[in-house]
Design a protein around this ligand. Structure first.
Ligand SMILES: [Zn+2]
Length: 184
């Protein structure tokens, strides 16, 4: 794996004011508890362009399988079209990942080297497979600093599933702000 240093990072989307679900929120949908939200949801119309927050390498670009229902039907309310990029901090050399969910179109593939601000894809339309069959059109954006395994990266943390650990996840907004202060 060719990890690449990124001296700076930016927001993945132009308008960051419309956060509809914050980091660490306890989410429920249709009365069902979804657990702890491991990122932020940013309301954005279908087709809104999404950009890489920094220089890095694409480690995942496909439809996220999510959790299948017992009858084997298509997984609902998952991450849909998902891109994950690995980045390296310039001083600590620590690897971290930026996660972009519910993308209708993806223009990068696994192994691609990307630059900060590179066009990755666009937000998917509501109730499509690529937006994870959610009613609202939005970007799910998260920062992960744990070991990378595709299966351990759900959008929510449920203690009973033991798939991921809360300590691996960062508040993405605070992360971007402090990163640029720390390394510049
Ligand atoms: Zn989300």
């Amino acid at each position: 794996m060719t990890y690449r240093l990124t001296p700076k990072i930016i927001y993945p989307i132009g308008n960051f004011k419309k956060i509809i679900s914050g980091f660490w929120d306890k989410n429920s949908y249709d009365g069902e508890a979804w657990g702890t939200h491991l990122g932020v949801d940013i309301a954005a119309e279908a087709g809104t362009k999404i950009f890489s927050i920094g220089r890095g390498v694409v480690v995942y670009s496909k439809l996220h399988p999510g959790e299948s229902t017992p009858d084997g039907k298509i997984a609902q309310r998952n991450w849909g079209g998902l891109v994950i990029i690995a980045h390296k901090e310039p001083k600590t050399k620590k690897i971290f990942y930026s996660v972009y969910g519910h993308l209708g179109k993806r223009y990068v593939k696994k192994g691609d080297l990307v630059e900060m601000g590179e066009f990755l894809g666009s937000v998917g339309g509501s109730l499509t497979e690529s937006n994870g069959l959610w009613e609202r059109e939005h970007l799910h954006f998260a920062i992960y600093e744990g070991p990378f395994h595709e299966k351990s990266l759900p959008g929510y943390h449920k203690r009973e599933t033991n798939l991921t650990k809360l300590e691996y996840w960062r508040d993405p907004i605070k992360f971007i702000e402090s990163y640029n202060k720390k390394f510049n």
